[in-house]
Design a protein around this ligand. Structure first.
Ligand SMILES: Cc1cc2nc3c(=O)[nH]c(=O)nc-3n(C[C@H](O)[C@H](O)[C@H](O)COP(=O)(O)O)c2cc1C
Length: 353
């Protein structure tokens, strides 16, 4: 147990800012305790808690926690980690004085920014119209394995478990699952946060056929140009067509460059586009990992990159969109026969300075 006046240590700070929920304890003038779970944001000198519009039945200022703070500003906030492996247990408790920061005060705007930055749900709530609770930390108590990483190994399991699937069983994917996959893509890192990608979701047989026909034509002429044997050309084309038609869902990832920064020189402009492409890759990987996590399987087809014009025409897309990749989504017919191994890490890390 560590007790320290006023200031959170680096370990306590990093533990606290990783937590999504804490418990706020207040008491009325008579000392009757009241504790509730809260979403919070921390910045040195203050813990902020929004008074949001979740259905509460009473105006925010009538909430018990608010009435208690007005009567008795002494509060405690505790954030903790529970794990069946008790070597990972930890908590940070902040004691201090709470006050209401009203919307017309400058601090209110920065508190709302912090809260919205941490919880995307607040983006759609009018928390800026209500006061924000600010706790001024005066005393901190902490205990346990604060510096153990929170992320359980599941992320790595998902990363290692995901694999490219090229054949699916005939089973529909619920639109809700597709939205969840795209929600993961939406949260990919992107240059300047501009999200330079858009998604087309294709499930209809006719649309798939139009797409397969358009891409097939272009591929045929490329393969013929490469001097490939006619029989092999036909076989490869048929395989690719089947892949498109048999996948329950196709997601076309398009690059969207209209929101990017513009530079006077070609070199920086090119880097800007490269960043957008890198970000599209991150969005694709987010989608693939989310799909695997949701019990779906997925594959990546690069074909649209080689015939963007044909894809745009077939799907009647806006010309500002550049088709880049197709993700197939569905349920795997079996374990994929082609599982590529990976180079050892030591071969990939070329410098440890
Ligand atoms: C940019 C990119 C393009 C790809 N294009 C195709 C493709 O057109 N067809 C295909 O079957 N797989 C494609 N893949 C999947 C790779 O072949 C696959 O990721 C790789 O073999 C490793 O296998 P795994 O994904 O099962 O780990 C592509 C992957 C990437 C990153």
């Amino acid at each position: 147990m560590r007790t320290e006046p006023e200031i959170l240590s680096p370990d306590e700070t990093s533990f606290l800012v990783r937590q999504r929920v804490a418990r706020l304890a207040t008491a009325d003038a008579g000392g009757n305790p009241h504790a509730i779970p809260v979403c919070f944001a921390y910045t040195p000198g203050a813990v902020y808690i929004a008074l949001d519009e979740k259905p509460k039945g009473v105006p925010p200022t009538q909430l018990k926690r608010v009435r208690n703070i007005v009567e008795n500003p002494g509060v405690a906030l505790i954030a903790d980690r529970y794990d069946e492996d008790w070597s990972l247990l930890a908590y940070v408790m902040v004691r201090g004085r709470a006050e209401l920061v009203e919307p017309d005060i400058e601090e209110h705007a920065s508190a709302v920014r912090l809260l919205r930055g941490k919880y995307h749900q607040y983006e759609r709530m009018r928390i800026e119209e209500n006061p924000v609770i600010a706790i001024r930390p005066e005393r901190v108590v902490s205990w346990g394995a604060l510096d153990e990483p929170d992320a359980r190994p599941q992320v790595l399991d998902t990363v290692r478990g995901r694999r490219s699937v090229r054949r699916y069983v005939d089973k529909e994917v619920s639109p809700d699952l597709v939205d969840k996959v795209l929600e993961a893509a939406r949260w990919a890192p992107s240059p300047h946060g501009r999200q330079p990608w858009r998604f087309a979701v294709i499930t209809g047989r006719q649309t798939k056929e139009r797409l397969a026909d358009a891409m097939g034509e272009e591929w045929r002429s490329n393969l013929e140009m490469d001097g490939q044997d006619t029989e092999i050309v036909e076989k490869r084309l048929e395989g690719s067509r089947r892949r498109l038609l048999d996948a329950p869902v196709l997601v076309l990832l398009c690059l969207y460059l209209e929101d990017l920064d513009e530079y006077p020189d070609a070199e920086r402009q090119e880097s800007e586009i490269t960043m957008a492409v890198q970000s599209l890759g991150a969005a694709a990987q987010n989608a693939l990992l989310a799909a695997y996590d949701l019990g779906l399987d997925a594959g990546w087809m690069c074909a649209p990159l080689f015939c963007p014009k044909e894809v745009t025409e077939a799907l009647e897309l806006d010309p500002t969109l550049v088709p880049h990749a197709l993700l197939t989504l569905g349920y795997a017919e079996g374990d994929p026969p082609k599982r590529r191994s990976r180079k050892p890490l030591e071969e990939l890390i070329i410098l440890r300075a």
